[in-house]
Design a protein around this ligand. Structure first.
Ligand SMILES: Cc1cc2nc3c(=O)[nH]c(=O)nc-3n(C[C@H](O)[C@H](O)[C@H](O)COP(=O)(O)OP(=O)(O)OC[C@H]3O[C@@H](n4cnc5c(N)ncnc54)[C@H](O)[C@@H]3O)c2cc1C
Length: 520
């Protein structure tokens, strides 16, 4: 189906995507200016955030980009099965947390766990997700003037040739952007009905879970377990190590982690750390998960298991034709210009391995595009701001206190609540999203820490649990990681929009000018 210059409206795109996803439209949907032939400056194989953003920038720079995508829409896994449902669930988790904690108080009735349905929210998402999908296609075809084929699997032939939709396309450069999927652990029982990963959970859930086991110890495990538990469903996490303790970029401050994990315990999320799943059992459907814990073997009954066990790259569409260098986990290795080991072949996004984040996908795609168009451009993602959800928003940037103490002789911290106060002794920090907790359950308002190198007076790390501070962290990360950084005195000279969810400006002001900085 040729839609080039058809000027499809949002509603028409939405209908077409829905029909294609239901299998009623099976042919490729082509938005190509055939008058210009089949040769491009670059072909982006995979139309997720890496491919779509890369193509948009290549087009902005005057190049001709083609995106090839097997789903009937551009945007990839984020709006389809990953970030967008995750944010919907996390917002629900926050609301449900408050409804449970304040049941019978203020305007909250008694909490009815049957009223909050996991299945209902998944069905709501499934029924509405083609709205964002349609926007991506509409924007890409119209506003961004990107050429693309969707609803067609692509196969790479060589470093300049790709087959898709029964056609052969050539380009001066290829950008591999095929993403990643869950790495299924080698545990018996993972193919039983009732065992899901983040993608099949969205696609296939058709019953209301009543007892849940989540396998894994990092972001997805914590985020989904928090949501499931907030609906009132008994939920246990089984994690090989300590929860949220994976090293490398994205590591958490110890106090931040403690507040998060204690908060999950307080909310009755079952936590089995340093424990290994040996078997998932059941006749045809999952019935239980067998685990070796530090205290011996355990059997946890469950009718729903989520595998949040890390990811593996989707290399199948190109690896035979292009055996690019890869790391020990199979992820494609690139230099800081996103060049693979094969000339004129670039890679971007989740295909490059952790951290698996949108900003990295988008920026690695756009970095590849700039270099292809002859603009020298590098992207280093070792130092990242990061976040996750529990029933809170948890955000951090820069160094943890432990890392700062290893790097500098004299480190001070500004912490709310301060270490000398017990949980609940102060309602601070409280701001957007935590005001009601501040006046009812003050131990639930959140936690913040600012880490300062006292000698240079530079802020080197910021850490936050609460609500509404994520935007601030995007800019705080820029300020603390730019050359020269930002001192506690400069931070204290900024104008805060009081009451703001992160108290760093106000607290920095209380300390600015102090000759010998001390912790508070
Ligand atoms: C549950 C979950 C929650 C997340 N939440 C967040 C979040 O809140 N914030 C955040 O920053 N990140 C989040 N992420 C990470 C984020 O979703 C990814 O980093 C990002 O979507 C990766 O983009 P990508 O373009 O590399 O891959 P994808 O978006 O996966 O795109 C790859 C595309 O390639 C296509 N493709 C594959 N093979 C072929 C082929 N042969 N032919 C044609 N097309 C093909 C696929 O259909 C897909 O559309 C989350 C991830 C998960 C799993």
């Amino acid at each position: 189906m040729d839609v080039h210059r058809a000027g499809l409206t949002m509603a028409q795109w939405r209908q077409l995507i829905d029909e294609a996803y239901r299998g009623q439209v099976t042919e490729p949907i082509t938005n190509i200016d055939d008058s210009r032939g089949s040769h491009f400056d670059a072909i982006f194989v995979g139309g997720g955030s890496a491919g779509r953003f890369g193509a948009a920038v290549l087009r902005s720079l005057g190049g001709r980009a083609l995106v090839l995508e097997r789903w009937p829409f551009l945007g990839g896994s984020c709006p389809h099965q990953a970030c967008v449902p995750h944010h919907l669930f996390s917002e629900a988790a926050k609301e449900l947390d408050q409804a449970q904690a304040l049941a019978g108080r203020l305007w909250y009735g008694e909490f009815d766990p049957k009223a909050a349905s996991i299945l209902e929210l998944v069905e709501l998402f499934r029924s509405q997700r083609s709205g964002p999908h349609a926007h991506m296609n509409w924007q890409s075809a119209g506003q961004l003037d990107i050429e693309f084929v969707v609803n067609a699997e692509a196969t790479v032939v060589d470093a300049s040739t790709v087959h898709a939709a029964g056609r052969t396309f050539t380009a001066g450069a290829l950008v591999l952007c095929t993403g990643a999927r869950t790495a299924i652990p080698p545990v018996p029982g993972t193919s039983l009905a009732g065992v899901f990963d983040y993608a099949s959970f969205i696609e296939n859930l058709n019953y209301e879970p009543s007892r849940i086991v989540v396998i894994g110890g990092s972001k997805i495990a914590v985020e989904y377990a928090s949501f499931y538990r907030a609906t009132g469903t008994p939920t246990t996490i089984v994690s090989r190590g300590a929860l949220l303790s994976t090293g490398g970029p994205g590591r958490m401050d110890d106090d931040l982690r403690r507040f998060v994990v204690d908060g999950m315990r307080l909310r009755d999320v079952g936590l089995l750390e340093h424990s290994t799943v040996t078997r998932i059992t059941g006749e045809h459907r999952v019935e239980a998960v067998e685990v070796t814990t530090l205290d011996g073997p355990r059997r946890i009954e469950a009718d729903f298991v989520l595998l949040a066990t890390g990811e593996q790259p989707n290399v199948e569409p190109f690896i035979d034709a292009l055996p690019v260098a890869r790391d020990a986990d199979g992820f494609v290795t690139v230099d800081s210009r996103m060049r693979t080991s094969i000339p004129h072949v670039y890679a971007a996004g989740d295909l490059l391995g952790p951290p698996l984040e949108m900003f990295k996908s988008r920026r690695s795609g756009t970095t590849a595009a700039r270099n292809i168009m002859g603009t020298d451009s590098e992207f280093h993602y070792a130092d990242i701001p990061d976040f996750l959800h529990t029933t809170y928003e948890v955000t951090w940037a820069g160094l943890s206190e432990r890392e700062a103490r290893a790097a500098f002789d004299d480190v001070v911290t500004i912490q709310v609540p301060p270490p000398e106060l017990a949980p609940g002794e102060t309602p601070l920090p409280m701001a957007e999203g935590s005001m009601i907790y501040g006046f009812t359950l003050p131990e639930r308002t959140g936690f913040q820490k600012c880490v300062v190198d006292a000698r240079s007076r530079r802020v080197v790390g910021v850490h936050h649990v609460g609500y509404g501070a994520k935007d601030a962290f995007q800019y705080l990360h820029y300020l603390i990681s730019r050359p020269g950084g930002i001192t506690v005195d400069e931070l204290g000279d900024m104008n805060e929009l009081y009451i703001s969810p992160d108290y760093f400006i106000g607290y920095a002001r209380l300390r600015s000018g102090q000759a010998e900085l001390t912790s508070m």
